[in-house]
Design a protein around this ligand. Structure first.
Ligand SMILES: [Zn+2]
Length: 199
C-alpha cells in the first residue's frame, strides 16, 4: 500500500509509470506490504499457469523462501532510482532514497531484487548511472553495490527526521513495521538485496 499520493501517467522511461502527487522527502517510507496487498506462498506460486507466473515475475517481489509480495504499483526501473526496497524484520517496504518532487516519476532499481529465475532487460533509464542491461543472475559491479548501500544507509538515517505517514496507520502490518523500525536505535535496517546473497 502506498503511503504517499501517487498517480499513473505516461513515462519517458517505458509505457505507463507511477508519479508522485506530492513532495516526498528522502527517508520517507512510501510503500509497505499490508494485508490488503497480495502475498503468494511458494506452493501457490508454483501451481500457477506460465502466463500467471509471468505476471508475478513482472509485478512481484520474491523473498528468499520463494514466496511473493505482489505490489499494486508498477514503478519503472531506473539505475538511478529514487526509491529502494528494504525488508525490516521480514516486512517489505520501499524508502525514498532521494527527495522526490511532486510530479516526478517514482522509480526503483529492479536489479536489486533477489530472484530465483533468470531474466535480463535492456535499460532505457537514460541516467548517468545507467548500467545498460539489468537482470538477475548478472554480476553486480562493486560500484553499484556501493551506490545501493550508501543510498539505503543515507535514506535510513533520515527516517526519524521526516514525517512518516506509516507511523500513524492503525493496521497490523503498519504497526508491526513501525515497531520494527522504532526498535532499531540506529535504524539498523537490512536491505533485501541480492548482493547480500552472493558476496
Ligand atoms: Zn539504466
Amino acid at each position: 500500500m502506498y503511503l504517499v499520493k501517487i498517480y499513473k501517467d505516461s513515462s519517458k522511461i517505458d509505457g505507463v509509470g507511477i508519479f508522485s502527487g506530492e513532495f516526498v522527502p528522502e527517508g520517507t517510507i512510501i510503500y509497505y506490504h499490508s494485508s490488503e496487498d497480495n502475498y503468494l506462498l511458494k506452493t501457490e506460486f508454483l501451481s500457477l499457469s506460465d502466463d500467471e507466473k509471468e505476471r508475478i515475475y513482472k509485478f512481484g517481489v520474491e523473498d528468499e523462501d520463494g514466496n511473493w509480495v505482489v505490489t499494486d504499483g508498477d514503478a519503472n526501473h531506473s539505475c538511478d532510482a529514487n526509491i529502494l526496497s528494504l525488508f525490516v524484520d521480514g516486512i517489505y517496504c520501499d524508502i525514498a532514497a532521494k527527495d522526490i518532487q511532486a510530479g516526478e516519476e517514482i522509480t526503483i532499481d529492479y536489479g536489486l531484487f533477489y530472484s530465483s529465475f533468470q531474466w535480463t532487460m535492456m535499460c532505457k533509464c537514460n541516467s548517468p548511472h545507467c548500467r545498460g542491461v539489468v537482470g538477475s543472475g548478472l554480476l553486480v559491479e562493486p560500484q553499484t553495490q556501493e551506490l545501493w548501500r550508501s543510498r539505503i544507509s543515507q535514506a535510513a538515517s533520515h527516517i526519524f527526521d521526516v514525517r512518516q505517514p506509516l507511523f500513524s496507520r492503525g493496521d497490523e502490518c503498519a504497526m508491526r513495521l513501525t515497531s520494527a523500525i522504532r526498535s532499531k536505535r540506529d535504524p539498523k535496517i537490512f536491505p533485501y538485496i541480492k548482493f547480500s546473497l552472493i558476496s
